[in-house]
Design a protein around this ligand. Structure first.
Ligand SMILES: [Zn+2]
Ligand SMILES: [Zn+2]
Ligand SMILES: [Zn+2]
Length: 207
């Protein structure tokens, strides 16, 4: 495996280099970014319970506590009774500036090895789920975007063709007038008013 250092291997928010644990997420369509588990969860606080790390499906839990400082939503029964920020409820990540959802501890025996505790493992799973949902949405939106672009391109081509036809028509009319041929009664020498569209466009338009 190549060892080159690249932004591809850095978290888009905190810059942490963690190639194995970065998640791809949609970020202001149509761009994407890679985020570490902690930044991804902090960036999507409304999507999971910060205590049990379950990712919310469409109907939100009824018995919930919303953080007073951020969009985080917690299952009320998940909040430990000894949690110090009950009223007003402040979510774990708002309760401390150094809070991190993902805290693998380095294994003393091997410098590269890391131990992931249960909460960090849950955080990792939640982040991976949120990233998967985000990328699925991104794929759907990319498809819609692509279809929109095709429609826009078709429309733009149509407009360009119409403009060219119009131009050819006006040029032909002008030439006609200049040569003193017909149609004179309706023209005062000014061609500002848009003439009615030509009845039919054929290859007969004079250059
Ligand atoms: Zn990060
Ligand atoms: Zn919960
Ligand atoms: Zn919060």
């Amino acid at each position: 495996m190549k060892r080159e250092r690249d932004h591809q291997f850095e978290c888009g928010i905190c810059g942490a280099e963690d190639r194995y644990l970065l998640h791809n997420v949609r970020h202001r369509t149509p761009s994407y970014r890679r985020l570490c588990t902690n930044c991804l969860l902090k960036d999507h606080r409304g999507l999971f319970c910060p205590f049990c790390f379950s990712v919310y499906e469409e109907p939100l839990p009824i018995d919930r506590s919303m953080c007073n400082k951020c969009p985080s939503i917690s299952h009320k029964p998940c909040i430990p009774s000894n949690y110090p920020h009950h009223t007003p409820f402040i979510c774990p990540s708002c309760s401390s500036p150094n809070f991190s959802f993902f805290n693998p501890t380095t294994n003393g025996d091997s410098p590269s090895g890391r131990i992931i505790d249960r909460d960090s493992a849950r955080a990792l799973v939640a982040a991976a789920k949120i990233a998967a949902v985000s990328m699925t949405k991104a794929a759907a939106m990319a498809k819609v975007e692509a279809e929109k672009r095709v429609k826009e391109a078709t429309y733009a081509k149509k407009r360009a063709r119409e403009a060219l036809e119009r131009l050819a028509y006006l040029a032909a009319k002008e030439k006609e007038i200049m040569e003193g041929k017909g149609g004179g009664s309706n023209y005062n020498g000014l061609y500002l008013a848009p003439p009615p569209p030509p009845p039919q466009i054929t290859g007969k338009v004079e250059k």
